[in-house]
Design a protein around this ligand. Structure first.
Ligand code: CP
Length: 299
């Protein structure tokens, strides 16, 4: 089994992953039944949290990891994704890949005989979404019936995965972004099978009644060329002391990080009492352990 897309998981599987996470959090340790498992981290893009948390997760579970900067691998000299997948599977027990094109990770998984985990592509960030929804469950006492606003680039990979995982657990979604800017229809359609998804260009309307407001960068990796245009388009969608007043009084603030302080979110919110951003970051380690245990024990 692979974990390539938020669409891959059923509500039951998400609950199972959350239970494994609870159990690891409670016991503090939960090693692999077969130690010495090895994870390859094949990364085309920069990372701090995802890389380090996966490496720590493997180490703490009794396994190890090998970081492969794809620019120093033979992929950079033209070796195909499919040949790379075939060979990596001879040496390691799983591959976590961060790639620009989602189609490349699909190709990697198609040719791999070991589980492949999506550590972010241009279309999805499914490990992040699991960790985020787990954080909401823990910090707000549940997900069912909660209203979550994703603000800014509502067509981004983080928004796609978050709306699917959160809706599968019963949350209602509000996507708040510039007029004429549309989210990805495939993910909206999937989320609407279980919950409501509202789309608004108004911060006032979009944040109304929300239990959680979620900010993300206005310029994702790979979009740097259009950065100044995007800043103009998204600048009205900053989360700050004024804009969060539109949400519920006890609203919690989230951001998957890295944050651009003073751009998509202000420092006072990020570091303030309503922020669960740092718990969200910490939970990545826990959920990645759960994903690794789930995929490697079931292989
Ligand atoms: N949130 C997240 O994926 O962070 P990194 O890019 O640092 O891995």
């Amino acid at each position: 089994m692979n974990y390539i897309s938020s669409l891959d998981l059923s509500e039951k599987q998400i609950s199972e992953l959350f239970s494994i996470s609870d159990s690891i959090a409670k016991s503090g340790t939960h090693p692999f039944s077969e130690p010495k498992r090895v994870l390859a981290l094949l990364f085309e893009k920069a990372s701090t949290r995802t890389r380090v948390s996966f490496e720590s997760a493997m180490s703490q579970l009794g396994g190890s990891s090998i970081y492969i900067d794809s620019s120093t691998s033979q992929i950079s000299r033209g070796e195909s994704i499919s040949d790379t997948a075939r060979v990596l599977g001879m040496y390691v027990d799983a591959v976590a890949a961060r790639m620009y094109k989602h189609s490349d990770i699909v190709e990697l998984a198609r040719n791999s005989n070991v589980p492949v985990i999506n550590a972010l592509t241009d279309l999805e960030h499914p490990c992040q979404a699991l960790s985020d929804v787990y954080t909401i469950r823990k910090e707000l006492g549940g997900v069912d019936g909660k209203r979550i606003a994703f603000v800014g680039d509502i067509a981004a990979n983080t928004a796609n995965s978050l709306m699917v995982i959160a809706s599968k657990m019963g949350a209602d979604i509000s996507l708040v972004g510039p007029k004429g800017y549309r989210p990805n229809g495939k993910f909206v359609e999937a989320a609407r099978k279980r919950s409501s998804v509202d789309i608004s260009s108004s911060m006032k309307d979009g944040l109304k009644g929300c239990d959680v407001v979620y900010a993300d960068t206005f310029v994702s990796m790979g979009q740097e060329a259009g950065a100044s245009e995007r800043m103009k388009l998204f600048c009205a969608y900053q989360l700050n002391e004024s804009s969060v007043k539109y949400a519920k009084k006890g609203v919690r603030v989230m951001h998957c990080l890295p944050a651009h302080r003073g751009v998509e979110i202000t420092s006072d919110l990020l570091d303030g009492a309503r922020s669960i951003v740092w718990k969200q970051a910490a939970n990545k380690l826990l959920l990645e352990k759960a994903i690794l245990l789930y995929l490697l024990q079931k292989k």
